[in-house]
Structures are given as C-alpha cells and as structure tokens.
Design a protein around this ligand. Structure first.
Ligand code: SAH
Length: 453
C-alpha cells in the first residue's frame, strides 16, 4: 500500500467516476474515492478515511478543471444525494449513464448495443413527488434531506429537481406544524409525531395531494392544519394522514386516513387519465414517462392480436396504454391500493380488455404458467432488486416470444438478461432513458426476443 494517512493532503488526477458519482484516483494502484471530482481533473484532496483496500477523500481545491464541469446549484444538494451529479454538464450525465450500462454488460459478457441516453425534456423542477423527512434542527421543526450515509437532516427549501409548487407546499405545511407546535419525529428515541411530509402534484391536472406521515395515530391540531393548507394551497384536492409507528427507514406505514377531500389525485399520461392513491407508485418525471412508455410500446411491437402480461403494473399506466394496441393485457401488482387504482383507471378510460391481479409477480406468474396462459409479450418493470429467481423460472416455462424489460437498475438488468439467455432470449439493443436528471439513477428499455430452434 502507498504511504497514505488520514488527513493527508495530496494532488491526484481523476481517472473515473463511480456509479455513486465519486471521482476515482489511484495512488500506486490504491483507489481513493473523492467527493466533487470529475474524470480528467487534477485536484488537491484531503483524505478522510482509509480502509484496507480503498480510501475516501474530499476535494480541497480543483487545480485543473474538467470541461464537463458546470457550476453546482447548491452544494448542500450534493451532500444529501438530491442532486449528486449537479456539477456535471447534462450532456456528460447522459454519456455517464450510457457508459454504466455498457460496462455492466461487459462484465456479464453480453454483447448488446447501448444507444445514446434519451435526454429528459426538463432537467430541473421535473419531480412530481417529494417525500421529505421532518426533524428537529437547532430546536426548531425542519424539513430537508438526510446527509448522505447518515440520518442527519440538512434543512433545504429549494430542492432544485422538484416541481417548485411542491417545494412551496412543503414550506406551507412546515410552517403550520411550527405554528401549532406539533413535535417532529425523534428517530433515536422513536418519539415525537411528524416523520415525513409527502406531496404529489399532477403535471397536467395540477391536482395536489399532501400526506402527513405520523408516528402516532393522533395528529395534534389536525383541523387547524387542514384549514391552513386549504387557505394557502388551493390546488390541494387531498389531505391524508399516514401512520407509521415502526422503527424503520420505510416511509409509509400500512394505515392511511383521509383528513380532507379525496383519497387520490388524478393525472394524465399519453391521453389517458389515471387515479393515484397515496400508497401507489407513479413515475416521478411525467414528461419523460411518456417517452419511456413510448419506447416500451414500440419495443413490444403490438399489432392488436397479442396477449400481454404486464408484471409490476402499478396503477396500470403501461397496461392500459398497451391494451389499446393488444387483444388482452394481464397486469400483476403487489400493492392493494395500486391494483384498486388500476381497475378504476381501466373504467375511467373505457378499457375492458385488461385484467388486474393482486399478488407477488413471482407467484402469479407461476400460477399463470400452470393455467397455460399463452402470452405473446411479457412486459416487466420491476423495482431496483430486479426479477426474482422464481419469476425467471416461470418465464422459462411460459416462453413468451418477447420480453420487454423496463429497468431502473442496470446491475440487476444485466444479471436478469444473462439468466433469461439460458432460455434462448436474446437482446440486441438497450435504450437508456434519463428519468432522473442530476441524480445517479439509470432507467432503460430493452427488448428480448426468443430465438427459435
Ligand atoms: N409499471 C408501473 C409500476 C412500476 S414500479 C409504472 O410504470 O408506473 C414497480 C412496481 O412493482 C410498484 O408498483 C411496486 O409496488 C411493484 N412491486 C414490487 N415488488 C413486487 C412483486 N414482488 N410483485 C408484484 N409487484 C411488485
């Protein structure tokens, strides 16, 4: 190991950027991961931590700057992980995301062309949803985000990537909680009341939902808070309280109640209307979602005759869009309120060639396999952990001609494509679609075809 010590300062050249957005420099082969440093830059660093095989440092001074560096909006946002790529130009962010998919494929020995990343129409202010922790900071109730790799709350008012109306709504709720002396959650002692504020705003409808997540069943001054929200935020159509009493990082608990108005909002995508409940998943970048779904639908190559399975179907956005071009679509989803939303959404849009099933995709796929449900196209859009092994086994017994994989994690995508190859599935191309500008998340669409013989 090179002669390095904690708190040492030295000049290094950055050779790479990790999937966590840290610059990499090697000192006699020993890797250092460096905050706020970009490939090609020469920087003066300060070492903060040394492990056996690698170390961490921060940038004290940039000596030679990368042409891809842009001025950061607010350094606090990088510290929290809200906008960890804000110092990298948008064009370079798109290249970085494409490169990550390419490298993961290389590791799995997969020969798949990775197309240039499709840019997002909006690169800031795009998020239609916020979930911010509420804590006491210097004796006062505060909203913001955790410092990376910690549970220390850094107060933030302008979140940069969120719809500015959502940022404003969070401050309105924060000030009402302060006004009525409602205690913030205390994580260490599992005490206090308000844990999170969640806000969703329909991009097309401007309908807003405010969810106050509490540890206790009781929300003190609920009436006054509701009146205050209604007086200051006329777009609000739904005010909910969600109760989460557990010691957990999971934001929402199982129990929700309506404090005022409806228990859902509506939004539109690709000309259809969708109802969205508090607990249901809904894509966070609405304009780019239309492009993402467009790519998925193109990849499915529907002619109107196909039976489609849409696994991980959420509130049915992809299912219902595909149903317009298919014979029948079967959706499966694990969250009960999302399945209920999906069924209402089918009715709202006058679509009757869809069936939504509540359950684990891996279990329901096996049942459908046993029932000899013959699907032509299997659409999958799993969470970050990717497809369960039992799900892949079920695909192997059903053998749909085509699998369209929408992925939010290229590492599990590469792993799953490798596993599907065992059954004869071949992918030619992946289209990365940037759903999360300024962040490290990589979304993509890949079509896999079953090779005959
Ligand atoms: N296709 C939808 C939802 C994608 S997000 C859309 O674009 O809006 C992934 C969805 O998978 C979420 O709705 C989540 O609740 C669901 N999910 C997570 N694990 C699951 C499982 N094991 N079985 C079925 N659905 C699951």
């Amino acid at each position: 190991m090179a002669q390095l010590a904690k708190n040492q300062e030295l000049e290094v050249t950055i050779t790479d950027l990790t999937y966590e957005g840290l610059g990499v420099a090697k000192v006699d082969g020993f890797p250092l991961f460096i905050d706020n440093a970009l490939p090609g830059e020469k920087v003066l660093i300060h070492i903060t931590k040394l492990d056996k095989k690698y170390g961490f440092a921060f940038t004290k001074q940039i000596l030679v700057q990368s042409p891809d560096r842009v001025e950061a909006k607010d350094r606090t946002l990088t510290q929290t992980g809200i906008a960890p790529l804000q110092h990298l130009s948008y064009a370079a962010q798109l290249k970085f995301k494409r490169q990550q998919v390419t490298e993961l494929y290389k590791k799995q020995h997969l020969d798949i062309e990775v197309l240039p990343t499709l840019p997002s129409p909006q690169t800031s202010g795009y998020r239609n949803k916020a979930q911010v922790p509420v804590r006491t900071v210097q004796g006062q109730l505060a909203t913001g985000f955790y410092k990376r790799r910690s549970h220390t709350l850094l107060p933030i008012t302008d979140f940069y990537i969120q719809d500015p109306e959502i940022d404003r709504a969070i401050l309105v709720v924060r000030d009402l909680l302060r006004q009525y002396n409602v205690p913030a959650y205390d994580e260490q002692r599992n005490a206090g009341v308000v844990r999170h504020i969640m806000v969703r705003r329909g991009y097309f409808t401007h309908m807003m939902m405010v969810v106050i997540v509490t540890r206790t069943r009781q929300l003190p001054h609920a009436k006054e808070i509701v009146a205050g929200i209604n007086a200051q935020l006329p777009e609000v159509a739904s005010i909910m309280q969600n109760v989460n009493a557990k010691r957990t990082n999971v934001i929402l608990g199982d129990h929700s109640k309506t404090l005022w108005g409806q228990d859902y909002i509506e939004d539109q995508l690709l000309g259809s209307t969708f109802r969205i409940s508090a607990q249901s998943f809904y894509q966070v970048n609405p304009q780019q979602t239309e492009n993402l779904y467009g790519k998925a639908i193109d990849a499915a190559g529907l002619t109107g005759k196909e039976t489609v399975i849409d696994a991980y179907s959420g509130i049915g956005t992809i299912s219902l869009t595909m149903a317009r071009h298919a014979k029948h679509v079967y959706g499966v989803e694990i969250v009960p309120s999302a399945v209920a939303d999906a069924r209402v959404n089918a009715e709202l849009n006058g679509i009757d060639n869809v069936t939504f099933k509540l359950g684990k995709a891996e279990d329901v796929m096996q049942q459908w396999g046993e029932q000899k449900l013959a699907s032509d196209v299997l659409m999958v859009d799993p969470p970050r952990k990717g497809l369960a092994p039992e799900f892949i086994t079920a695909v192997g017994s059903m053998l749909p001609k085509k699998v369209v994989y929408v992925s939010c994690n290229p590492a599990t995508l590469a792993r799953d494509i490798k596993a599907l190859a065992e059954f004869g599935y071949v992918a030619k191309q992946t289209q990365p679609v940037d759903m999360f500008p300024q962040t490290l998340h990589v979304e993509s669409v890949t079509a896999l075809e079953l090779q005959q013989d």
